[in-house]
Write a protein that binds this ligand. Structure first.
Ligand code: GLU
Length: 420
């Protein structure tokens, strides 16, 4: 990657984003400091028996950022680059995400420093169960509800649900979301982030006069979020998927391809690279393609002051959390690119997590259509709230989303007061 001038520390970026919106909202400096600080941070170092008989110590985190509006909520990430500052940033973004979507949660996030690609399923299970035990002192259906994130999935959630339930002595489905259906998962949760992104992209398309039918789309990251997004844009909107990528590289075809076939290919070979009829491109080049929609769906620090001047998409839909630096935001805003910020664009995931939790607490399950219809309603209203803020305050979409979210959390503080 070329040299970048600005900070790529995600928590510094998260704090700057709050400052920017706080200034526009004329927030009191004391309150601003509250919003810029995580409420509770748990770091755990714990042993796991590896398959070779040796014991390895892992480090994990759970940061509970803010619960002014409701219980803490947010995913758990397994990645070799997890750090406390990354988890802090992700928990901070969860706070604004839940607030901008208008769902009754605060924000949290967890992470374990590990390389899941080099671990066996048994090792992952033992690590997950021990990590779940370590954080069990602060999580629970009424306190803090984890969910999947990068390199964790419904299997991970099932192990956590079982670990917590075994210690309680009875099943506790509401302790995590993103579970398999048979133990209390919700229909539509697996594709929810991407379906929500599709609705947000459709609404953005109306604003910039871009018809999604036939629009060209490049998707960086072909994991849970990117692969479902590519499929839904292709199958339900008739868009042309011209490029997708994973950690091994990307593929491009001007004619476009069916992302379902690419997924089947990736499941067989381990990567999208080499899919017949496409040429190989790098992850960096994918972002700069001449396309209508660019969707970064992997990790942070993808759009910086270095490449923002070369982005050609009309719409950037952030499936990833924190892919864009504040400097890149300014550059793209000046260049007339509509960025749908992460806390809005990928808010469909936590929204259906909320539906799952409600279904668990009420022990009554909804049809897929009910889930999708309610998700669509929430995505469209959240998009319009942010758009209206953008129009009235003449700010970019990220600042508008932060202003909507922060104003909501501030209102909660106004009612609750500062304890004692
Ligand atoms: N990890 C997802 C996110 O970043 C989902 C969180 C949740 O469902 O709690 O939004």
């Amino acid at each position: 990657m070329a040299k970048v001038k600005e900070t790529l520390n995600p928590f510094e970026i998260a704090r700057e984003q709050i400052d920017r919106a706080g200034k526009k909202l004329n927030l009191d400096s004391g309150l601003l400091e509250v919003l810029k600080s995580p409420r509770r941070e748990l770091t755990v170092h714990f042993p796991v028996k590896m398959d070779n008989g040796r014991v390895k110590v892992f480090t994990g985190f759970r940061v509970q950022y803010n619960d002014a509006i409701g219980p803490f909520k947010g995913g758990i990430r397994y990645h070799w680059n997890v750090s406390l500052d990354e988890v802090r940033a992700l928990s901070c973004w969860m706070t604004w995400k839940c607030a901008v979507m208008g769902i009754p949660y605060g924000g949290a996030k967890g992470g374990v420093i590990c390389n899941p690609k080099e671990m066996s399923k048994d090792e992952l299970e033992r690590m997950t169960r021990r990590y779940a035990s370590e954080i069990s002192i602060i999580i629970g259906p009424e306190k803090d509800i984890p969910a999947p994130d990068v390199y964790t999935d419904s299997q991970t959630m099932a192990w956590i649900m079982d670990t917590i339930s075994m210690n309680k002595g009875f099943a506790q489905p509401g302790v995590v979301t993103g579970k398999p259906l048979v133990i209390g998962g919700s229909l539509g949760r697996d594709e929810a982030t991407s379906r929500g992104m599709m609705y947000a992209t459709r609404e953005a398309g109306k604003k910039v006069k871009l018809t999604l039918k036939g629009a060209s789309v490049a998707v960086q990251g072909f994991g849970n979020v990117g692969s479902h997004y590519a499929r839904l844009m292709h199958d339900e909107q008739g868009s042309k998927i011209v490029a997708v990528s994973d950690s091994k590289g990307g593929i491009y075809s001007e004619k476009g391809f069916d992302p379902k076939e690419v997924l089947a290919f990736k499941e067989k070979t381990g990567s999208v690279v080499g899919f017949p009829g496409t040429r190989e491109i790098t992850n960096e080049a994918l972002m700069e393609l001449e396309v209508d929609i660019v969707a970064p769906c992997a990790l942070e620090g993808i759009l910086t002051s270095e490449n923002a001047p070369r982005i050609k998409g009309k719409i950037v839909a952030e499936g990833a959390n924190g892919p864009t630096t504040p400097e890149a935001d300014d550059i793209m805003h000046k260049r007339g690119i509509l960025v749908i910020p992460d806390i809005l664009a990928n808010g469909g995931g936590v929204t259906v997590s909320y539906f799952e939790w409600v279904q668990n607490l009420s022990e009554f399950f909804w049809t897929k259509k009910e889930v999708d219809d309610k998700l669509e309603g929430i995505m469209v209203s959240a998009f319009n709230r942010v758009w209206e803020m953008r129009e009235t305050k003449k700010v970019d979409m990220r600042q508008a989303a932060y202003m909507v979210a922060i104003a909501r959390v501030v209102e909660a503080y106004k009612w609750r007061g500062i304890f004692p």
